[in-house]
Write a protein that binds this ligand. Sequence first.
Ligand code: BMA
Length: 342
Amino acid sequence: MSDIVTRCEDNPILTKDDVPYEVHTVHNAGAVKHDGRYLLLFRSHRRNGRSIIGLARSDDGFDFRVRDEPLMTPSREGVFAEYEEFGVEDCRVAAVEGSYLLTYSAYSRHGVRIGLARTRDFETIERIALISQCDMRNVVIFPERIDGRYVRLDRPHSHVGPWSIWISYSEDLVHWGDSRLIVKPAPYHWDEAKVGPGATPIKTPEGWLNIYHGVFDTMDGGIYRLGVALHDLADPAEVVGVADDWILQPTDPWEVSGYVGNVVFTCGAIDEDDGTVKIYWGAADSVLCAGTAKIQDLVDNPEKVLEFRKKAPERIKEAYTWESVADKYEELCLNLVNGKKA
Ligand code: BMA
């Protein structure tokens, strides 16, 4: 079976050696087309272990040149200074109503939350608001309002609940609510430990294509892979399908080992008029890679994306519930109290 994503022959397409200022890594990048050029808003660790966001531009989507200065460093002003103290990470970009919305993880001694910024030209960035409390990561805003409201997928960063994809809505981009969990990790599956939104959703005739990341814990640490889900166009809380198989897993040496080994992690993908999509992923939290796929293959190729539609509702239902875990725990405690062996 051939791979659903064709890796770029020149991978990794960006490394720290391409960056004209001092960084230790180049990875997880939001992606968008602006004025006919491809832009990547990538994350870099500095040598102090904290992250900043840089900008790279390209005419063909593969050969990128990095801007002389970083695009975003932790703010020194107002409320943003307090909440970005430990760095800004994993930026996503959505082209909405004539400007570009950037969502990024803001790290501080208070935890991780989401910042929202806006730009028109990728030179001047205006911070708008911190749009979540702690702890939240991986926020992607849909590129258009749906039923009059802005919509986002997000992922609460919780050690109590399952690490799942949620959906939230807003009238004004600042205040978000009506939040609901819509995709859980599936037990004993490649994404059983965590799922989280990846690239900004792509509109297809069959639904919103959500290229997400999933994690499987092994004795050797977590493996980060990419998968696909499809959401109803008119009501994206309605999950039409989640593919059974992953679409990309760490394989190349720079994906398998690096700052954090066995990681492919996406924050952005760009759909083209010819029915393909360019997917960008951070490899081993160290370098940046690109690949292409046919959108139709991702949406419904039955050979490659196993029972894409049929499997999904079942899969979501099958995901373990925390109530059942709590029941088992209670039973165990009662047995111990009653002197029974577990
Ligand atoms: C996640 C985030 C990502 C990172 C991934 C793998 O939790 O921190 O930025 O790429 O882990 O380390």
